[in-house]
Write a new protein. Structure first.
Length: 374
């Protein structure tokens, strides 16, 4: 999975002219209890935290990591993209509790949520790793193939790094324009990140879930702390898990929600619509997306649902008029919804990005609406 992650590419997402005033997503003010140079640890409730990370590279993010402290130990929700970040997270966790990490749950199989599994397993012998029966084999396969694949001479990681190094050495872009001093600095930072990424990907160990579940699972952590895992089925991935603390009304949504726009590569759009409807039935005081800031309500959940549902409705209507899938997908129009998707800087997503995102999702949903490939 390769991400052109929207929250990291603000120059792509930001528009130059603001639209009419719109209500941005309501966020929970961050109550920071620990930090390092790459992350902040925020308290959401008594013994409930989230670690929000800076990006690993200009293309790959770290997922949000949940930390739940119970009477008999700690539960971790997702383990990051690079193993070194998982090591740093353990140091942050030690600033709020000295209890051992006994449980880890992966919300889905993607590497930015699972590559650190081996770090937690090695650091805490006897660790139980939870995942759905559908996701567990994908986690195992992708962890096993990653180091060799990422380090191959013709891998995307290596060829991209080589291209960046050559471009910086040349001093000009492909059109012959000289790089500015700021651009050269940014490229040098990116090259450093990608070199470190290759070093870290070689350290990824296979540590797949050894505790699998299908529908729901309740983890009793002592002292009345009850944590509910629920397999929401296919949405962002083949099987997405949410984690809910009913007593605290804290919901970890994984990549069912990614802010400021959904990550949609390899997704299952039609089932995703129903998953977003089910998600809204959970009462929340804090809603943690897979990436992005902690939200105070389901406004963003509704925004994502409405965008997907509008695409489905428009495609259905055009098909009923006899239009064929490729033509219908090109005519889907979500312009009216763009001002409901704001980037962290407080401005609507750039129009060109929104149009490209709309077209991509429409093309991939088009056959699903007719009952073919989803």
């Amino acid at each position: 999975m390769r991400i052109a992650f929207p929250a990291l590419l603000l120059t792509t997402l930001l528009g130059r002219a603001a639209l009419a005033p719109a209500q941005p997503v309501s966020l929970v003010p961050p109550n920071i209890v620990a930090r390092d140079t790459g992350a902040t640890m925020q308290r959401l409730a008594e013994g409930v935290y989230v670690i929000v990370h800076e990006p690993a590279t200009n293309e790959w993010p770290h997922g949000n990591t949940g930390v739940i402290v119970g009477e008999n130990g700690v539960l971790i929700i997702d383990s990051n993209y690079l193993p070194a970040r998982a090591v740093d997270d353990i140091a942050l966790i030690r600033q709020v509790t000295n209890k051992p990490v006994r449980y880890l749950v992966n919300t889905h199989w993607h590497g930015d949520h699972t590559h650190g599994n081996g770090v937690y397993r090695d650091s805490f012998p006897g660790l139980a790793i939870f995942g759905t029966r559908e996701s567990a084999p994908f986690i195992e396969l992708n962890l096993k193939k990653l180091p060799t694949g990422a380090l191959a001479a013709n891998s995307y990681s290596r060829t991209t790094l080589a291209a960046l190094e050559a471009s910086l050495a040349r001093g000009r872009d492909s059109a012959g324009r000289a790089w500015t001093a700021e651009e050269r600095t940014e490229m040098a930072v990116s090259i450093g990140q990608r070199k470190f990424e290759l070093t870290e990907l070689a350290k990824v160990k296979v540590a797949a879930p050894d505790q699998v579940f299908e529908g729901t699972f309740t983890l009793e952590m002592g002292g009345g702390r009850r944590v509910e895992f629920r397999n929401m089925g296919p949405a962002n991935s083949v099987s997405d898990v949410i984690i809910y603390l009913p007593a605290d009304r804290v919901l970890f949504a994984g990549d069912i929600l990614v802010y400021p726009s959904p990550y949609t590569s390899g997704s299952f759009f039609m089932p995703w619509i129903g998953v977003l409807e089910a998600l809204q039935r959970y009462s929340v005081a804090a809603l943690v997306p897979g990436h992005g800031p902690v939200m105070a309500n389901h406004d963003y959940t509704r925004n994502v649902h409405d965008a997907f549902a509008s695409i489905r409705t428009q495609l259905d209507s055009m098909y009923r008029l006899g239009m064929v899938p490729p033509d219908a997908a090109k005519k889907v129009d979500l312009k009216a919804l763009r001002n409901r998707f704001w980037v962290p800087a407080g401005r609507p997503i750039r129009e060109a990005f929104w149009e490209e995102w709309t077209r991509s999702v429409s093309e991939r949903m088009s056959l699903c609406v007719m009952g073919y490939s989803c």
